[in-house]
Design a protein around this ligand. Structure first.
Ligand SMILES: [Zn+2]
Length: 311
């Protein structure tokens, strides 16, 4: 008898640098609906590798918010416990001649005036000749960058979203280890997805431009490439990303006004999954869920008189 097919594995991977806000909860809901409607396993990965911004208290609060909303997961992993694997990947890249030491300041990168697709400045490649071997990694106190291969990456998104295909031209060589020795998101996410056996990545469109770079890194490390799907974002009325930095309302505040079914119903209507914001639990949305029902354009959200409002 053939071995039973292994289930797909999806992940929801919030950064634990602040409380959950409506955008976090919508992303979690869509990720959960995608995974559960396909019979996939769902991994909750708490991305906490930025020691200055991430705290265990935020991680606990995000988990509490997800449970409150009615979202469950099969495994919970904490990114900062993966340091050995992250270092192993750096060693491999260094041994393959792919890492170099970079001492450029932000001001120096800005002065090169190469616009990046994320609205910042692209790294101009100044330090590319300063290759670092695997045996030099421990003693190197400069930041480390990846020398990306030239050329386009065939990056596909299930929703048909047009992805940037040339990571070098889009963002420049990514930083993989900072001067303080912490690894970057760009490296950790690729290594962790492989360790967790992730086969599907569902995430907000704000990360779509990183896909080609992640695929390039997966190839350099001989890691499999998952399927990608990017979904709508909740935006501020003026179009900026709804983020905690811009005064977006946190879950602690939301739950004073909304019950879990009410908030889930509101999120479902914002995503196009139901016409009116009628109260419903995530499990109630499962049977009819399909990505063809999910709104493709971003939704603008206001916090008005203590309620969330669209438009
Ligand atoms: Zn440099």
């Amino acid at each position: 008898m053939p071995a039973p097919a292994r289930p797909e594995r999806c992940r929801f991977a919030p950064t634990t640098s602040g409380p959950a806000h409506p955008g976090t909860l919508l992303a979690a809901l869509l990720c959960w609906l995608d995974a559960r409607s396909r019979g996939a396993e769902l991994i909750l990965r708490l991305e906490d590798i930025d020691p200055e911004r991430c705290t265990p208290a935020h991680a606990d609060a995000i988990c509490a918010a997800l449970e409150w909303l009615g979202i469950d997961w099969d495994e919970r992993v904490v990114q900062s416990t993966r340091a050995a694997a992250h270092t192993g990947a750096l060693r491999r890249l260094a041994a393959d001649g792919r890492l170099y030491a970079c001492t450029c300041t932000r001001a120096e990168i800005r002065r090169a005036r190469l616009p990046a697709v994320d609205g910042g400045w692209r790294y101009p490649g100044t330090c590319r000749a300063r290759g670092i071997g695997a045996d030099e990694l421990d003693d190197c106190d400069a930041a480390l960058r990846l020398r990306l291969p030239d050329g386009e990456i065939e990056a596909r998104d299930e929703s048909g979203l047009d992805l940037e295909r040339d990571p070098l031209r889009a963002l420049g060589d990514p930083l993989l280890r900072r001067r303080d020795g912490t690894v970057s998101y760009a490296l950790a996410v690729v290594v962790d997805d492989a360790i967790d056996g992730i086969t599907r990545i569902v995430r907000g469109r704000d990360l779509a431009h990183t896909t080609a770079g992640q695929i390039a890194l997966q190839r350099l490390l001989d890691l499999p490439t998952p399927a990608y799907r990017h979904h709508l974002l909740l935006l501020e009325p003026r179009g900026g990303k709804l983020a905690k930095l811009h005064g977006s309302v946190a879950w602690e505040q939301l739950r004073e006004v909304y019950g879990p079914a009410e908030l889930c119903g509101w999120l479902a209507s914002a995503a196009g999954l139901q016409r009116a914001p009628d109260p419903i639990r995530p499990a109630g949305l499962l049977s009819g869920f399909g990505w063809d029902q999910v709104r493709r354009t971003d939704a603008r959200v206001r916090w008005s008189d203590g309620r969330l409002e669209l438009g």
